[in-house]
Structures are given as structure tokens and as C-alpha cells.
Design a protein around this ligand. Sequence first.
Ligand SMILES: [Fe+2]
Length: 317
Amino acid sequence: MQRSGNGAQRNKTEDDITAEVLARFSGTPNPRLREIMLGLIKHLHAFVKEVQLTEAEWFQAIEILTEAGKMCSDKRQEFILFSDTLGVSMVVDLIDHRKPDGATESTVFGPFHRLGAPEMQPGGNIAHRDRSGTPALISGRVLDLDGRPIAGALLDVWQTQTNGLYDAQDENPDELHMRGKFRTDAEGRYLIRTVRPVNYPVPSDGPVGRMLKATGRHPWRPAHTHFVVSADGYEPVTTHIFDRIDPYLESDAVFAVKDSLIVDFADHRSPDETAKRLGITGSYCTAEFDFRLVPATEAKTTVMDAQHRLAALGARA
Ligand SMILES: [Fe+2]
């Protein structure tokens, strides 16, 4: 190997470059940032060498990332969708949300949460514009790990319409629909009127969709309703409940199903007193789910804090 007068190498191998880059980052003052950067460089370089990445493929990756960035707005998050469909979101979820036995398990936040959902009274209908779905009542309690009710807990709920689209994907993307915030009563109870959730494909009109197609994967997610449940003094939980009869429970495009989050939707031919009071006149279904929250130990950045930052980044002028 040739060396210049001061000893610096001129004809470097791939491994020389990796070593030099690692050395350059090894002085990062913040120890956690140093750990992350050194791990990133090590694995990123190893990946490039393992697949023998060509320059054309490298440029294609730049194009894909650029396109993904351009698709992001306050209503669309293509990078979260990439993370979800690559399984990274669920690995992070499992690492960062280890829960004690009995606590409600978390799952992916997904790209479709929106800020500003209206606060609703118990039994409020988040599906007020949905005319074709089966009316559904989701109810239950928010409890601590000893089974004591948590009064005043906040449930931020969102779901697709029966056409399989979130509000932001449909004709009037600026109007909020299928979203609401509910508070538990003194016994920790909540009650939500919605429609039975349906399975739906993740958005396939961008680079994530092309990746799924090119790799022979389907884009479907099993029917679910999203929740972020929070209460003072407890760790918030970001989760879904899933419909037990859904054919995609075994092959969720974003790997987010956990057994403890699967519920039975019971069918009813005619409304009981509660359903009548909420304006249901014909057949409908019900599901029950109790959330169990873990006491907060340390102040952590929550998914909702991150959502505020993302929304600020993606807000359209
Ligand atoms: Fe969803």
C-alpha cells in the first residue's frame, strides 16, 4: 500500500474506510450518541459490503428517500410507513415498551394519527359520517395494575372508515372523521360509538407501495381501532384492538398484532337500552376491552410529543 509523506493512506480498501469513519466518530462527546453512531456506521457499512451495493442502486436509494420525504405532510408520513412495513417500528416497540405482566401491551402508532380530535361525551359517535358500516359500541375500563379504576383517563381513538380509508386519504382530507377523545368516568369506564373496523391496505401509491409490490408482499392490515390511553401518573400506552375473525391477523403488513390485543366483536340483532339511547336502531355489534396502565416512573418523550414535532415539520403552509 502506498503511503504519502505524513503516513496517511491513499489507496484505501473498503475496510480501511470503515475503520477511518469509525475512528472519526469515536470522539463523539455524548456517550449515547457515540454508541448509536458507531453502531450505525458498523452495520450500514457491513450491509453495503454484504450486498455489494452498486452505484446505481445507491442512487436509487437516494431517489426513494427523496420521494418519501416529499410525500410527508401533516396528513401523511411515508417514513413511519417504511419503518412499519420493514418491521422496525415493532422491534423498537418491543425494546422500549417492556411491560409488567397484566399491563396492556403496546403496538405501532402508525402514520395516520392526527392532532385535534374532538373531545366527546361517553357514547359519542366518531363515525357520524359513515353510512355503510355496522354500528359498533366499544366499551370497557381503564385500570391500574391492581385492577383499580382510573377516573379521568383520556382515550385518543382513531380508525378507518368502512371504505378502508382514513379521513386524510378521502375526499375531504381536511375534515376530521373517525377520531375522538373520550374520558373515563369515576369507575374508569369508557364507551365509544363507531362502526365495526375493517381491514384495509396501507397506502400503496408511494415508495412503500412499490417496495411491497416488488417484494411480493401484500399491503393489508387486519381490522383494528387505534388508541392512545393516558392518565396523570401513568405511562401512556399506544395500542390497537383487533377483530378476532380477521383473515389478516397472521400476516399484518406492519407486524403489529399481539394476541392480548385481539377481541371478539359480538353481533346483536336489535338495540338494547344503551344502543337505543345512542341512536342505534337496527343490528349492531359490541366489543369490550379493559386497558391496564403502568405507573409512570420517569418522564419519557411520548409518541404524542413526537407527533407534535412531526406535525410541525409536515404542516402545509
Ligand atoms: Fe390503522
